[in-house]
Each structure stands twice: as C-alpha cells, then as structure tokens.
Design a protein around this ligand. Structure first.
Ligand SMILES: [Ca+2]
Ligand SMILES: [Ca+2]
Length: 266
C-alpha cells in the first residue's frame, strides 16, 4: 500500500510536472506568435526607389549627339539635264531634320547619280554603279539603329527582280555599302522558280532571302543575315532549310518581299 501510495505520489508528481510542462510549453508556444510578425518585410517597397538608376538615360543621349554641320558641298539644285528623277525622304545625317535623297539620270559618261540634300541645303552627289537599266530612290531607314538612316535605292533590275543598294552618309559624303569588297546588291522579286527578298531585322541585321523550287511544292531556302559594320555588310549567319506546300505556304509566299520599316519599292 505504501508502495502504491508512493507510486501514486510519483504519478501525481509526474502529472504535476507534465501539467507545468504543458503550461510552460503552451505559454512559450503562445509567445511564439509575435515572431510571426515579419510583416515589416513589406517595407521592401522602399527598394522600388532603385528607379533612379534608370536616370542613366542621359548618357545614351550624349552618344547620339547631332553631327557637326557639313559645309561646302555643291549647289543643291539638280543639273539642268537631269532626267528620270526620283526623290525620297530620310534623315541621312541623323540630326532629326528631314533630308532628301535624289536619284537621277545625267546621260553619258556617268548615267546615274545619287544625291543627298540635307535639311539646311548641304548637298553631296555620287555616281551610282548600276546593275541594270534604271536606278530609283527608295528612301531612308535606320537599319542598325544608330540614329542615322541609311539611304536605300534600286540600282537596276534583273529578269524578275529589282536590285537594292545602300549608301551611308559618312564624313559629309555618300559612301556605297559593300559586301566582300564589292558593292552590296540584294535582289527582291519572284519568278516561278526563284524568289528573293530583303528584310531589315529588329536586331539591326539585314536578312537576304533566296528561295528556289523545281516543282512548286518543295522549296529550298537560304537566309543570310548580315551585320552592318561601318560601310560594309559582314555575314553573321546563314541558314538553309527545305519548305513544303501547303504547310509552309506563309513562309514561302513571304520570301520575295522587301521589308524595311515603311519603305516601299518604287
Ligand atoms: Ca537630317
Ligand atoms: Ca543607321
């Protein structure tokens, strides 16, 4: 009986300890609650004050400073004997003021000329080395995104295509853009068996597309993508693939287009 009483006492003591322990643990667990108040992390909003780093924009405007004005040059008016005159707008010196690109015939010995007349009257003129019968102005488009528009024109035409050439206005003169040491010429047009097109890509490259088919069902297509470096195109990558109608109709039919901003072929 004593042993039982003793064990009862032990049990009672144990229960008491457990009760105290529970009470303590309950107390401690309830005190844990405040720890769950990391709500202040919402003060991260203050990190949005990092926005001022976007004020780096002024440095970009500094790199696109307007060019110094060109002086001298030639009278802006076309020669009296100019024929087959075409003209198209652009900003060929990058000063945000509209300029004009003229392409005209002047008879032998140099039949075709390109002339840029800047907004303030400065003019530069070059003889076009043509690839066919007729040259025409297309207009200005900033291919490489440097803030200065390149001058696009047709330098002739083949059996089924028009031929596209480019000039850059460098050092107050027109400079023909080259490819592999020769003047760069890209065809745009389509025949039954051959298609060719040009696309100015958003990443600043120019894509030249050539496509051919023997049966009107299967088309072999090559896309050459060029970087414009100074006044030269440099091949960046070339892809070849095989397309099949009707599944690839959309791509096949788009091959022979000229897509450079809002420019259109004359
Ligand atoms: Ca201009
Ligand atoms: Ca440009």
């Amino acid at each position: 009986m004593r042993a039982l009483r003793g064990s009862v006492g032990v049990v009672a003591l144990w229960l008491l300890l457990v009760a105290c322990g529970q009470a303590e643990s309950e107390d401690t667990t309830t005190t844990m609650a405040p720890v769950t108040t990391p709500a202040p992390t919402t003060t991260l909003a203050a990190t949005t004050t990092l926005a001022p780093t976007t004020t780096a924009a002024p440095t970009t405007t500094a790199t696109t400073a307007p060019p110094p004005p060109c002086v001298g040059g030639i009278p802006p008016g076309l020669p009296p004997g100019a024929v087959s005159v075409t003209v198209a707008p652009g900003d060929f010196d990058g000063d945000a003021a509209g300029d004009q690109l003229f392409v005209y015939g002047a008879g032998l010995p140099d039949p075709w000329h390109a002339r840029v007349v800047l907004s303030y009257g400065y003019a530069a003129d070059v003889v076009i080395e043509t690839d066919g019968m007729v040259a025409r102005a297309i207009g200005g488009y900033d291919l490489d995104g440097d803030g200065v528009e390149e001058a696009f024109l047709t330098t002739g035409s083949g059996a089924y295509a028009q031929l596209i050439g480019l000039y850059r206005f460098v050092g107050c003169n027109l400079v023909r853009v080259t490819l592999g040491g020769q003047r760069a010429v890209f065809a745009v047009g389509a025949s039954v068996g051959n298609q060719a097109g040009v696309e100015c890509l958003a990443d600043g490259r120019l894509a030249a597309i050539t496509q051919s088919t023997a049966d009107g069902v299967t088309y072999e297509r090559t896309v050459d993508r060029y970087d414009l470096v100074a006044a030269a195109f440099v091949l960046d990558e070339s892809d070849a693939d095989v397309l099949t109608r009707p599944g690839d109709d959309a791509v096949i039919d788009a091959a022979a287009r000229f897509q450079c901003g809002g420019l259109t072929l004359p």
